[in-house]
Design a protein around this ligand. Sequence first.
Ligand code: ADP
Ligand code: MG
Length: 387
Amino acid sequence: MNIHEYQAKAILRRFGVPVPDGHVCYNGASAREWAKRLGDGPWVVKAQIHAGGRGKGGGVKLARTSQEVQLIARNMLGMTLRTHQTGPDGKLVTRVLVENGCNIDRELYISLLVDRSTSKVTVMASTEGGMDIEEVAATTPEKIFKEAIDPLVGLSPFQCRNLAFSLGLTGKLLPKAQKLLENLYATFIACDCSLLEINPLVVTKEGDLLALDAKFGFDDNAIFRHLQISDMRDYDEEDPNEVEASQHDLSYVSLNGNIGCLVNGAGLAMATMDIIKFSGGEPANFLDVGGGATIERVTEAFKIILSDKNVKGIFVNIFGGIMKCDVIATGVIEAARQVSLQVPLVVRLEGTNVALGKQLLSESGLNIVAADGMADGAQKIVQAVAA
Ligand code: ADP
Ligand code: MG
């Protein structure tokens, strides 16, 4: 799960990480009022969308008067912002953050993430703040510094000093950097984060450290422990089909192809996508209906797949291990009737009671193409969609 910048900054503030004062606003008039309350300016108006690169796309603007804040906010609200992270469709801006502008001396980069290669939380720091870290890693990897944190010991003072020195944070900035890093690590652990990225972390002309941008990723498996955070979820930022699927406990990720896939088990779902590609087709989605697929869930899964207008055919690939094939077949037939299926449907069943399952499908009177094995099924659906 992701959250907006203004929400991220509220969390950081609570953990003692310095951020500029600011407030989220939904219209121009309130943006102007909040600007006046925040101080004498200048202010920065920032589009709140779940994507970075807003600065370059016109989503971060400086204002010198409160009237200017109002004008910029009014223009930004309702606009579709395109950045290199939003994709070509862009994202609709429905809220802006109005915050105090600061005098930037240097822009740095800091992130904490779960590093799978060391199985530890790792701090990444770079002097190249404000840039895409992927680009820095590709062109000047020597400018990225890392410290892997021992989970039992936590972030040690020597590691904070290492990081601070590599960023040139010495003298009066050193204790500030140390405190900031400790607080970031405390935030990361307390909130069950998968990612916490500050880009940029700035050194101001006045000699302070300030987190100017913040991005959080949370571990979805732990989100139930954080009601305040799960309340921050903004469904407008997510694919509506994926939201619908998650409400029915289906793992669904929409993709760009035209072959809908209904599969049980994540591994089989991945293999199904691979074999569709191998046979010259393009999957429209990843969908795992899980081990205990009931008729209701299979029906929901069909509805979600079919609400994607690009879908020209469906490939059902089920291995009945715990689930019996006749139960699955009944579910597929029922679902196909309920949604009055118009597109070709190829079904491959294997496992317990497979003969009975196949018999039910062939006697259903529905236009279902039975497949023998995965490769056969993939070829048949690719042909059906191409026809
Ligand atoms: P994004 O990463 O989406 O482009 P940022 O929040 O990082 O958005 O803002 C882009 C740039 O705008 C920053 O690198 C910084 O130079 C400037 N900026 C952002 N917020 C402020 C602020 N409060 N005061 C001064 N400059 C800011
Ligand atoms: Mg940024």
